[in-house]
Design a protein around this ligand. Sequence first.
Ligand SMILES: [Zn+2]
Length: 274
Amino acid sequence: MGRTGDFSKRTIRELAEAAAHACARCGQVTSYFDPALGKRVGYGRGAHIRAASSAGPRGDELYEPEQLKAADNGVHLCANCADLIDKDPGRYSVPYLQGLQQEAERRSRLAVLQPGGVNRGLLTSEQAHRVSTFIDRTTRCLFQLVLYRNHSGWVGYWPWLEANHARSFSGECAHIRHLAHPLCANSPHAVDIQVRVVESVGSLFDKVSNAPWHFDETSAAFRLDAASQFGAGREQANAAGELADSYRRDIYRLTSDLGAMTNGGSGRLIGAFS
Ligand SMILES: [Zn+2]
């Protein structure tokens, strides 16, 4: 006996067809036609956005069974992604999942109406705009971060103003997976990269605001200077410089990947880091 909010077979099939039989999150094809059986064999899922019962993931007791079993409460996913969104419902919110299905339906329409006009890796102009803004904000955080290695070791310098901007930027982007977030690119792949950039920016700030970095009042900047240290102190300072540089390189690489997804804007955005 199914729960009252369960989807009908017809709704599950409609969600799959609207998404062109591909997972709305990862793009995995979810069915094939078997000539021997004379029918399509599917292993996709019609996943609930708000759970069929109020105790389930993203459950909402204000929703009636009729609303819970309606197609607009569903998203077509592969079995893996369907599992994932229910294991971590805090991360995969209602608006995010609604956006996945809408985006999958839009892609499948464009694939027919504009042959050759759809490239899975590229973003729509609205998504690209959000990505460009996100990259501009990231660039601004790192603009005055100086990190280099001289003959005695690593030297680092990050003005408090920019470093503090990085800290508040990573805080502001804590909920960037939610579609309502003004910087959310609303494309699962782009959002995943954005989340990794935000984590790296936050970690970079944590590293430079702790020893062996120190805050220099006169220049109002976080500083690291391996040459002024001796023995174990110098080793620590060099390790800290190396680590900060690896964060910085990660951020540049990830934002280049993001920039490449915006197509037209990519040259300028990648160029900003070269
Ligand atoms: Zn999937």
